[in-house]
Write a new protein. Sequence first.
Lengths: 449, 480, 129
Amino acid sequence: MRYLPLTDIEREEIKKTIGIDDTKELFKSIPADKSYFDLSAIPPALSEPELIAAFKELGRKNSFQEYLSFLGAGAYAHFIPEVVSYLSAKGEFLTPYTPYQPEVSQGNLQAIFEYQTMMTMLTGLDVANASLYDGGTAAAEAVLLAVRKSGRQRVLLAESLHPEYIAIIRAYVQNLPIELVTVNLNKQDGRVDLRDLQTKLNGATAAFIFQSPNFLGLVEDSGALAIASHQQQVYAIQVVTEAMSLAYLRPAADFAVDIVVGEAQSFGLSLGFGGPYLGFMTAKEEFLRQMPGRIIGQTKDLDGKRGYVLTLSTREQHIKREKATSNICSNEAWCALRAGIYLATMGKEGLARAASSSHLNAAYFVKKVASLPHVKVVYKRNFYNEVLLEIKKGTASAFLAVLKKNKILAGVPLDWFYPDVTNRVLLAFSEVHSREDIDRLLRLMGECA
Amino acid sequence: MIQLPQLIFEISRNGKIGHGLGASKVPAEPALDSGQIRAEIADFPQVSEVEIVRHYMALARLNYSLDAGFYPLGSCTMKYNPKINEKLAAAEEFQAHPYAPHDLVQGNLELMIRLEDWLVALTGLAGFTLTPAAGAHGEFTGMLIIRKYLQEKGDPRRVVLIPDSAHGTNPASAHFAGYEIREIPSSAEGIIDVDGLRPYLNSDVAALMMTNPNTLGIFEKNILAIAAALHANGSLLYMDGANLNALLGVVRPGDLGVDVMHINLHKTFATPHGGGGPGSGPVGVAAHLLPYLPVPRVVKDGDKYGVIYDSPYTIGRIKNFYGQFLVIIRALAYLCSLGRENVRRVAEDAVLNANYIRKKLEGMLDLPYHTATLHEVVFSDKNLPVKTLDIAKRLLDYGFHPFTIYFPLIVHGAMMIEPTETESKETLDEFIAVMDKILQEAREQPELLRQAPQQTPLRRLDETLAARKPVLKWRKGENL
Amino acid sequence: MALENLLFTKEHEWVRIEGDSAVVGITDYAQHELGDVVYVELPALGKELKKGDPAANIESVKAVSDVFAPLSGAITEVNGKLGSNPELVNQEPYGEGLLFKMKIKQMDELKELLDQKKYEEYLQGIAGE
């Protein structure tokens, strides 16, 4: 078998060298009645052509590719330049281990250092780590970080956070002495109810965590939220699920937000049915020593040359064990490297173009859809690239079914997350949508009145 | 002489374009206030596509990689990453949006069930969740499952027992799950023995986290008795499956009394390490723990595949969407390629190779534990005229990536070597010859080791400086 | 540095008594074992500690070490220089690399500390192991 280089002759030579006759002797420490179990339940090997055929067969059972998609809600289709796939697929980037031997890992170390730098440029904050698993777990890690740093045990969660993110935060703190309190959204404008926040903030609160653009697609008044939080010495944590927004909206640092975490899948990662994605964390300098995850730093070598190393490792589990800032070991390093290649390739101008196209497409849709009487944009102000649409005639499911028949996935129905909300859908727009795509969506929406 | 590349920000020039995205064709009518829209991002890279390729090719040349050579890192299982798996994982027909309606992604859902079926067959456990993103994430998930199970029985208990040879993620994961850690010492044989365990067992103990084989490469042969003692005490046995490569197709952890275990797809199942991730850490459980698995859970319903998003006893959701799907594709492809004819060979060849290295090096290096070795062997720096670090750095000069150093903590100057089954005997002989040479240099010209590496583009980077004066990003105008 | 005026603990802290206060640092043996110090986490001013409580935290590149309160009392001063110059702990463990000062709550706890001779005997004992 091509992944097993030892020949039978070599196996015999090795057995002779180590002094055994039968391979089974290698496993004599394993209880004999449990060892060498019956393998007949295991499928036979597939040759390479058979493997390809088997996976083609599986692929044929998927038909999503035939649809024009406006799905978003935490994962976004964006255009990925070919060089990003070409370069990131290279064995020199894909197959090394974690760069614990920096002398032979400068490629990955420098690439991630560049990624860290670009993430801080986008959010305006001081430091970035080298990745977390995804946006949801990054949000949970931010909550734990705020609790550690402040010594306070209570955290406020905005109702308008992505429901999966709320679920992950709850799962992460379920056995810890941390109290989670929800801050309501104001149904009038779809954003955090500032009055409710102010009532709930107090001196026992570690942090207020909110999302912007929020789950309904709306840009929050981060400045007001951060100011209110800081009045009680509460950290303001912003979650971002659509990283592209960082290249269009004013940076969090302008609003004195303390920590920005989220999902960077939009930066060059395939939708990939949900993973692997890329959790990111950026924060003000004061949080550095409490940050979870690996961090790359610059240094000099013996001859004075500039180089990069994993640093501040004493935060991590392999040194601090149960006192570590997180249990994370393997992260999303390759995804961060790929995101770095994407950001560098798109560059200042390309990223700005993709980010503004994403908004302009949504704005175009909102303007044109006003002429359809049977649907209504719920929040016409403050959206970035996602639009919440109310179906005035019939249910959201029925509406989506008709469009699906016409090979369009016209968004995510809100009742997937909020079972009582049966008449709303969330649509996402990006630079991958041509004007014709949006016109087609509008036309078919018009036809299903 | 390799030139060290500049940073992307240093080769950036105003006006250069790297992308091929066309102009938007909708009216340029933003619906946000100008006060909500940012100014351009100062100093963001502006580089042509040509220079992007040159830059990253230069970086690639600075990396040692598994494709290029041997990585004998203990407990990492750096085995060959099959290339057909890369092609399959990149196929367009699998790249669905995670919220695509289930009827449009039946292939993807079936794929996940197929991997779960494979893992059940190989481990003897009752079911797997594929959602955790890495081994540590799996450990945390497993600890949450244990705690919820015991909570439902009336007492979650307070303590988790962890051997002194354990990987740092074990106590960290247990801690974040709300447990206190009590460390138990390994015996003189390097394993846990039941008599040594008994004094620690009381009504406070929720579980024991055992790596098997352990980080010394030694099979925890008392596992059945240990599991019995734990279960009699109302506690559970968690197995860290990082070293499953030694057991694949030979024994099933479910047959040895294991209640919960995580596995590492990026170790045993040949998915690429990517310079530190992404991994994937599926968690398997015995039947009594199935209700506690996290959501979402992919299920087969007749000849259709569906997803459960909530269940009465689930620990909840620990990851966005379904998990590391593209990593899962690679692992399934790997297993399908191995098949029943070869799964056992993986463990046999891995253990043969490790024992071959042990036999050849035990004359040259101190072997602290003489117990039988499975897939990895640990030597110490006892009686050596140089430090373990110096040997590791000298290996770089000979074109080898070093083994794992200074872990496990219970061995002084530990050198942990795991060759895996995907290395040829020729490579092993070459490695052994180089080790022989280096140890000879250690005796006769130790300065060669202390000054090593000499052949790499950079040498002995100053980690003290990096930690004392952290520079964690490029800043315009600043230069070291 | 006149070591004979200092008292020591088995955790390798040194103590200099100044009236009803104690100045605390780590010994040369300890800094040598730790390697290059990269970061020192000092206790908050006013913090009340019992003898044996973790008081401070010293990080080298590859390790972290707790520093325990040699006596019970409240922290009155911390060494502000260690923020930008943690290497002082290595270079002058008994001088500029001192860690903090505390008010002594129970003078009779001093009896439990080792004098220089006993500390050196203790070090020799460790070396012999």
